[in-house]
Design a protein around this ligand. Structure first.
Ligand SMILES: Nc1ncnc2c1ncn2[C@@H]1O[C@H](COP(=O)(O)OP(=O)(O)OP(=O)(O)O)[C@@H](O)[C@H]1O
Ligand SMILES: [Mg+2]
Length: 338
């Protein structure tokens, strides 16, 4: 009887022990679980209090052991994306404000000149020799053209900076584009007493990019080379496939650029010789547009220049997927004059 009673007491102790242990284990598991969830909630609060600018960093996001780790990883990625987009928006906003200030300042000069010449013509109407009238009209037209170019360039650059236009990638032959471009500028080069040639290395390969954007880049580089190379000089536009990419270079034997100016070349409105730029219609926006377009193509624009000897601007483009990219003999092809 006593023995039975003792056995029952042991059994009930055992049950109580098991229950206490299970409760403890459940409590531990609960605290472990809620500790990570609490850490997650605190991180989300910190993200909100920091104006969504500092992305969440969680140690558990990289463990990938259970669903809380997966949730942490997703929240971390989401916060990074929000912070990045917010930064882009703020950047675009600052850029727009700066642009607005620049636009009102830069458009004023050509507009005032144009207006001045037109008012003079009106004032002296009938009392001015015809050739003088014509020359005033020509000057007013030049200022009008400059104004148009400035507005077009500013519009394009602001859209590029605000990510409102992105490259429409397609496969195209950059060698053909270069040949067409060299033909287009041939007459202008001849008028300035310059040799303009394209140099195509290897077999023609298709590249991946936005053909209209790359044309804008090449036009600006060739126009710059034409402007800054004295008569008797030469300009080469080179295309060379190498290791899955195609290098494109515009080289001239012009005045070159001083080392201290090279770093600033791609800033908006930067012109080495400001007075000359104003005369020949340069706005100083060309290379800023070039850099942005090349960056959007996943490449960088390079410059090599020696004062008094010439400059070389280059970038490369991705070869289209179905291209072999083999290199063959070098051929030098001067473009036929128009
Ligand atoms: N090939 C070059 N040789 C010497 N200087 C150059 C050359 N290319 C550019 N530069 C210098 O860099 C400056 C900036 O060039 P960028 O193309 O941005 O402006 P721009 O040609 O003056 O005007 P835009 O291109 O807007 O008509 C030029 O004004 C010039 O001083
Ligand atoms: Mg230019």
């Amino acid at each position: 009887m006593l023995e039975g009673f003792l056995q029952m007491e042991h059994a009930s102790d055992l049950v109580i022990g098991i229950l206490a242990f299970s409760l403890l284990a459940a409590l531990l598991a609960y605290f472990r679980l809620t500790r990570r969830l609490r850490a997650l909630a605190a991180a989300v609060h910190r993200f909100r209090d920091g104006d969504f600018t500092r992305p969440i960093r969680l140690a558990s996001a990289h463990a990938a052991e259970d669903s809380i780790d997966h949730l942490s990883a997703t929240i971390e990625q989401m916060s990074e994306r929000i912070a990045r987009q917010l930064e882009q928006l703020q950047h675009a906003q600052t850029w727009r404000l700066e642009l607005l200030a620049d636009v009102s300042h830069d458009l004023r000069t050509p507009l005032a000149s144009m207006q001045g010449y037109l008012e003079l013509l009106l004032l002296k109407h009938g009392a001015m020799p015809l050739d003088e009238q014509r020359s005033y009209l020509e000057i007013a037209t030049r200022h009008g053209e400059r104004l148009g170019k400035l507005i077009r360039d500013l519009f394009q650059l602001s859209k590029l900076e605000a990510h409102e236009i992105t490259p429409k990638r397609e496969a195209f032959s950059v060698a053909e584009l270069v040949q067409d471009l060299v033909q287009k500028f041939q007459l202008a080069a001849e008028k300035r007493g310059l040799r303009l040639e394209c140099r195509l290395c290897g077999q023609p390969v298709q590249v991946l990019g936005d053909i209209a954007m790359i044309e804008t880049v090449l036009e600006n580089l060739v126009e710059n080379a034409l402007r800054h190379t004295p008569a008797g000089g030469s300009i080469h536009v080179e295309v060379e496939p190498r290791a899955g990419r195609v290098a494109v270079r515009v080289a001239d034997t012009g005045c070159g650029i001083a080392r201290e100016d090279v770093a600033k070349l791609f800033d908006r409105y930067y012109r080495v010789d400001r007075a000359a730029g104003r005369d020949d219609g340069g706005t100083g926006l060309g290379l800023a547009i070039v850099r942005r377009i090349i960056e959007l193509h996943g490449s960088t624009i390079s410059v090599e220049s020696t004062l008094g000897q010439g400059s070389k601007f280059g970038f490369d483009l991705e070869v289209a997927a179905n291209e072999a990219g083999a290199r063959h003999a070098v051929s030098i092809m001067p473009a036929a004059p128009r």
